[in-house]
Design a binder for this molecule. Structure first.
Ligand code: CA
Length: 495
């Protein structure tokens, strides 16, 4: 039995190696054909078409950020998954850029989204853990001192919508329509059931338990509504509708699917595509991703049908790695170590892709570390409002880096992670990446990994490379001094 299991495992491992090799070969070919020499041609070929279609906004791109929730690094076929094909999401990576080392700024939902939406390390403004979901607590949400991407893009006249999960506070002052967005469809708390008979019980103001929050009615604008249908499909419907309604003017769509976050729920029309997955949880998880992938395909088709695909900047990423301990959903972060909640790669390195045909060539497999913090900076530059951003950003405009011939420059000298949970105030988990060196500190345990050869973080070099450890710790300390203290309410307590 042991031998059989082992041999099956080896067979599967071999297949995955082949799948990754095919994927890598595709990118290598693509980089040679397009990434180095084709950017200008792509730009010229597509720009004229788009501009002539919609002269009202010239080359100012539409911007779409598609965020998934708790999706593992390995669970897109553009990162080599042989079990869960994602042909539509793959188009963003293949026709644009696959970021091999795309990081989020925190390994859990709320702070990661706060970083993404502000383009700033969330620790700068004390958003160090998931916020309390008490709708009466004015400290339980994204501090009002911060601007969101919607605020920034409104300076350029963008129409903005968030569709899906907000998680930036349930108090009315944190409502998306108070934070720069023109439209909102979804739910304001951190998680949600997927079937209508499980989510139309109560409004968020009446939910006094974490479980009840998953059952809250959906919201359109500020009104709770009676929706029916599988939630992921509803979010995709709304996204396509938003694109159709705004095709004549620049728009910003923040499509924050809660899939494939638990509860693991998907109907047979999606799960039936995965008879090869024996484990029921993972099969259902795969179905949840298939629903997202179908939605992405419909959005891409709508952009193309309306002649605005080439002039739309799309990002796709997950908000953190797949959870392996709590809220397990069947995800995999292979070959990375750890998962959601970890500073190891499996917690913070996620499926990450970008596509903007008018400005960046396709078939780029980008080697350097990039961050979710870069999305706002890239969007602001694309919209021509980078000079109007009120606070210093931690992200950078990625476009110039992606158009370099040999990708010589790195967008970041270093990236940092700080995770103070309620039990480790004295010794927060700390992380730093600089080049291929990765420092992870947990309690008093210092670990150094060389990511180029050890993306699975198995070989701790700290004892041998003390100077590197010291240098990374020093740069972490310098960064940490700039950060603030926890400023938001974090406990779900209701009077
Ligand atoms: Ca998440």
């Amino acid at each position: 039995m042991v031998c059989r299991t082992l041999s099956l495992g080896l067979l599967k491992a071999s297949f995955q190696v082949v799948a990754r090799a095919v994927c890598a070969a595709f990118f290598l070919t693509g980089c040679t054909s397009y990434g180095v020499v084709g950017a200008q041609n792509v730009h010229q070929a597509t720009n004229s078409k788009t501009v002539s279609s919609h002269p009202s906004y010239g080359s100012t791109p539409n911007i779409i950020v598609i965020l998934t929730d708790d999706q593992g690094y390995d669970d897109v076929s553009f990162n080599g998954s042989d079990e869960i094909p994602t042909p539509n999401i793959d188009r963003i990576a293949f026709e644009g850029v696959r970021f091999d080392r795309g990081y989020v700024s925190f390994p859990v939902c709320g702070p990661s989204r706060a970083g993404l939406l502000t383009g700033r390390y969330q620790s700068r403004f004390g958003f160090d853990l998931n916020p309390s979901e008490n709708p009466d607590d004015p400290r339980a949400g994204l501090p009002l001192s911060e601007d969101t991407m919607a605020n920034v893009l409104s300076e350029a006249g963008y129409t903005s919508s968030i569709i899906g999960k907000w998680h930036m506070g349930n108090h009315p002052q944190f409502h998306p329509l108070e934070r720069g967005f023109d439209e909102f469809y979804g739910f304001s708390n951190g998680g949600h059931n997927y079937y209508a008979d499980q989510y139309r019980d109560i409004d968020v103001q009446a939910a006094k338990t974490s479980a009840a929050l998953y059952q809250t009615r959906l919201v359109r604008g500020r009104e709770s509504i009676d929706a029916s249908g599988y939630l992921t499909d509803l979010l995709s419907d709304e996204a396509v509708d938003f694109v159709e309604r705004n095709k004549e003017r620049p728009f910003f769509l923040y499509l924050a699917y809660n899939a494939p976050h638990a509860p693991v729920q998907a109907p047979p029309r999606y799960t039936d595509r995965f008879p090869h997955i024996e484990d029921e949880t993972r099969r259902t998880y795969a179905g949840m991703i298939a629903a997202v992938d179908d939605g992405v395909g419909r959005i891409l088709a709508s952009l193309e049908a309306n002649g605005i695909a080439d002039n739309t900047l799309i990002f796709f990423l997950s908000d953190n790695g797949g959870p392996l301990v709590r809220a397990k959903n069947g995800s995999r972060n292979t070959p990375l170590r750890g998962g959601k909640g970890d500073i190891f790669e499996g917690g913070v390195r996620v499926p990450f892709a970008m596509r903007w045909p008018n400005a960046v060539a396709g078939h780029i497999d980008y080697p350097h570390a990039v961050s979710s913090l870069d999305i706002l900076a890239t969007a602001a530059a694309a919209a021509g409002v980078d000079s109007k951003v009120r606070k210093p950003l931690d992200g950078v405009d990625l476009v110039p880096f992606l158009n370099e011939k040999e990708f010589v420059s790195r967008p970041h000298n270093a990236l940092f992670w700080r995770y103070r949970d309620t039990d480790s105030e004295t010794f927060p988990r700390r992380g730093a990446v600089s080049g291929d060196d990765k420092l992870v500190v947990q309690q008093r345990d210092r670990m150094l990994f060389e990511l180029e050869t050890d993306s699975g973080e198995q070989n701790n070099l700290a004892a041998r490379e003390r100077d590197t450890v010291d240098a990374l710790e020093e740069s972490y300390d310098d960064w940490d001094e700039e950060m603030g203290e926890l400023s938001i309410s974090i406990f779900n307590e209701w009077p």
